[in-house]
Design a binder for this molecule. Sequence first.
Ligand code: G3H
Ligand code: 13P
Ligand code: ZN
Length: 321
Amino acid sequence: MPLVTTTEMFKKAYEGHYAIGAFNINNMELVQAITDAAAALHSPVILQASAGARNYAKPPYLKHLVEAALEDHDLLVALHLDHGADFEACKDCIDNGFTSVMIDGSQYAFDENVALAKRVVEYAHAHGVVVEAELGQLAGIEDEVHVDAADASYTRPEEVEEFVSRTGVDSLAIAIGTSHGAYKFKPEQCTRNEQGVLVPPTLRFDILEEVSRRLPGFPIVLHGASSVVPAYVKIINDNGGKLKDAVGIPEEQLRKAASLSVCKINVDSDLRLALTAGIRQHMAEHPDHFDPRQYLKDGRQNVQELVAHKIKAVFGSENKA
Ligand code: G3H
Ligand code: 13P
Ligand code: ZN
């Protein structure tokens, strides 16, 4: 089956109260692990590539890896540009087979963000491609918890209707307290449970609910939504790694977001952790091995299990393809 856009995926996800996982790819093992898991569970899936991933793997390799996965599996896949920085980056992907692009103008003033998104939407829609944009900023979220004035980084619900109607975007990423990377919260922002594990502050579901009230039926996207799975952090740290106080978004909060208007949940850090944990554990257990196929196989297996778990137990997209 050819690549699809996210239009139908999001409509069904919204109505069915589940979300589609959007997984970052940058090499063959990740593409295989994600699509093997999605195919086995009959789940739709979004494969997304950042500018960094495109630089690393080179665009033709990524494109053909995705095509290979579609040849290998009968699978519902959208190919998405993650965090497109400008019109040219989006145009390049639109011209080269992507079915969805993000134009990330979240660091600009409202009117500038609108103008940029509108320009991308006009080009994308003329080519049958859908567009995600962002209002509010994830970066610097740590400070917000302590400083009320920094609330400005959260999405302002009163801006969303005007943004969507002026730009014509197909989905909107919002900032409700998620954050990119493996260190989403500082330890002092968290509490500790009886086992001494850091418990992060709860996401701002009030903002999500107000956004959905103002944009009924409109698909919302969560970036920075890795759970920073403690089991993988532990394997890494037990095998020579040093990831101190890594903390992510608890699964039950992602489940709740998926049951509301969140139709796309972005995951990159958890894939990195799962792959690295598999490789580190393999290296530690087999210091004599030096064939990449041996340790990459273990990393890939971890990623496949992680994606399967998210599809089944967190996002709820199993059997929705
Ligand atoms: O949201 C950003 C993604 O995690 C991509 O990260 O630019 O290092 O590939 P990257
Ligand atoms: P994580 O760092 O939480 O995996 O977020 C990934 C992301 O938002 C990609 O756009
Ligand atoms: Zn992101």
